[in-house]
Design a protein around this ligand. Structure first.
Ligand code: NAD
Length: 486
């Protein structure tokens, strides 16, 4: 049986308490590994190591040296691509076809993108007049923030964790990462890659455990952490924000969503169906940017529902090695209980179940997996919990609308504002409606098309701050102004 340990100050170490928890494969319910659970002692040690490393070789390196190391980290992930792929697919159950195109390559790219960016980003300088006529020059320098706590979720484990660790290290910080308890393996594996790439000990640390009253809380409450970056549920974000308030630590919060897709009758229907299939069902619906609310203009409503139903019914649910499978299981049986509770609630609230709504018949050991059927509903009231709460499963509710004004109001009616998708061939409408949608990211005639230089983040209760490109650098560094009197 495999054991997964913490990675602290360049060494894999177990918990002093000996406390462990199970890492279970959601494909078949089998145990993958036993994971050490960090207590305050291990979290303290990791934060101490990260603090000390700021003053070590890492803190004295030039930007070029740091960037070269981060390139080697990316190359190291690619060199061990199959190992990362196997680990990510065992932890999450997702198809290898997806993880090999999205999770692992993006996990590596996150280091290269920010290494290149930090080498090329400029700051500012101002000449100013002084009363004695000699003048002064102001210039800004970018300095690391210090020790960054990274708390990450399970849906895209390596991708979302490195999306934070990449820019944090590029800016010269040190990190302590607390990966999701559901998906600890790739974060653990990255320790070896860091070591081999020449990242000094103490720069990248990992502590495993749960959230409240465990490693997550111990880390985010730790007084010697300078900033907290978190991706996960909105409710957890509120708790973390409170923890970070003590000591006035800055937070970056990438939180939940209940994203709308708006399909106008003037859209290219083939593209809208293909895009909605992906936005509702990719990664078994466990994508924060995914679409659980679909609004379709009345003239094409029936056709849209029929075609999306046919699409959902053509999806194959299977295990990661099955190249013909489009979807794996949900990440865990616990999460499946949550998703199935919404499947039941939809029926109680009077939904028409267009397709799915239950658990598929799976062969052999897959019968013990956390699989659910891709599901589509119509006919729910706008205030049903199924329409207002994030389910995070392979499902969506489709509702007809008549006018642009009506659909903008519907799309904006929830406290979330992560992303929205718009399908129309009318360019004026595309600009007009994009401007009116309350979301941090709007896609027109596409979904999940990402340029890593662009701002990523949510409005309203979907988050605080933006990551991506220079926006990440804003969070992971401090601008210091130096004023020189001439
Ligand atoms: P979660 O909030 O349950 O857990 C996320 C992480 O926080 C885990 O590592 C967990 O152990 C830790 N945690 C939980 N309670 C904590 C506490 N009290 N103190 C400190 N840490 C704590 O979220 P999840 O279920 O892992 O992920 C799914 C959620 O993440 C969904 O809401 C999804 O929308 C959101 N998400 C958002 C984005 C985005 O970019 N906005 C991206 C991916 C996922």
């Amino acid at each position: 049986m495999k054991e997964i340990k913490h990675y602290i100050n360049g060494e894999y170490v177990g918990s002093a308490s000996g406390r462990m928890f199970d890492n279970v494969n959601p494909v078949n319910g089998q145990l993958i590994a036993q994971v050490h659970e960090a207590g305050r002692e291990e979290v303290d040690a990791a934060v101490r190591a990260a603090r000390a490393a700021l003053k070590g070789p890492w803190g004295r390196m030039t930007i070029d040296e740091r960037a070269a190391i981060l390139h080697r980290v990316a190359d190291g992930i690619n060199a061990r691509f199959d190992e990362f792929l196997e680990a990510e697919c065992q932890d999450t159950g997702k198809p290898k076809a997806m993880a090999s195109h999205v999770d692992i390559p993006r996990g590596a790219a996150n280091f290269k993108v920010f290494a290149d960016l930090i080498k090329n980003v400029s700051t500012e300088a101002f000449e100013m007049a002084t009363p004695d006529g000699t003048g002064a020059i102001n210039y800004a320098v970018r300095r690391p923030k210090g020790v960054i706590a990274v708390v990450s979720p399970w849906n895209l484990p390596l991708l979302l964790m490195t999306w934070k660790v990449g820019p944090a290290l590029a800016c010269g910080n040190t990190v302590v990462v607390k990966p999701s308890e559901e998906t600890p393996t790739t974060t653990a594996l990255l320790g070896q890659v860091m070591k081999d790439a020449g990242v000094p000990d103490g720069v990248y640390n990992v502590v495993h455990g749960f959230g409240g009253d465990s490693a997550g809380a111990f880390l985010t409450e730790h007084p010697d952490v300078d900033g907290v970056t978190f991706t996960g549920e909105t409710r957890t974000g509120e708790i973390i924000m409170r923890a970070a308030a003590k000591g006035v630590r800055q937070v970056s919060l990438e939180l939940g969503g209940k994203n709308a897709s708006v399909v106008f009758a003037d859209c290219d229907l083939d593209k809208a169906i293909e895009g909605t299939m992906r936005s509702a069902f990719l990664n078994c619906g466990q994508v924060c940017l995914g679409t659980e609310r679909v609004y379709v203009q009345r003239p094409i409503f029936d056709e849209f529902v029929a075609r999306l139903k046919a699409g959902a019914e053509s999806l194959k649910v299977g295990e990661p090695n099955d190249a013909s499978a489009n979807m794996g299981p949900l990440v865990s049986h616990k999460h499946r209980d949550k998703v199935l509770s919404y499947y039941r609630k939809a029926v109680e609230d009077g939904a028409t179940v267009v397709t799915g709504g239950g658990v598929p018949q799976m062969p052999g050991e897959l019968a013990n997996g956390a699989f659910v059927q891709p599901t589509i509903w119509t006919g729910l009231a706008d205030d049903s919990a199924v329409v207002t709460e994030e389910i995070f499963g392979p499902c969506c509710h489709i509702r007809p609308f008549d006018t642009e004004e009506e659909v903008v109001e519907l799309a904006n009616s929830l406290p979330y504002g992560l992303s929205a998708t718009l399908w129309t061939e009318n360019v004026s409408r595309a600009h007009r409606v994009s401007g009116q949608l309350e979301a941090g990211i709007v896609w027109v005639n596409s979904w999940f098309l990402r340029d890593l230089r662009t701002a990523f983040g949510g409005s309203k209760q979907s988050g605080i701050g933006r990551e991506g490109g220079v926006h990440s650098l804003e969070f992971y560094s401090e601008m210091k102004n130096v004023c020189i009197k001439l």
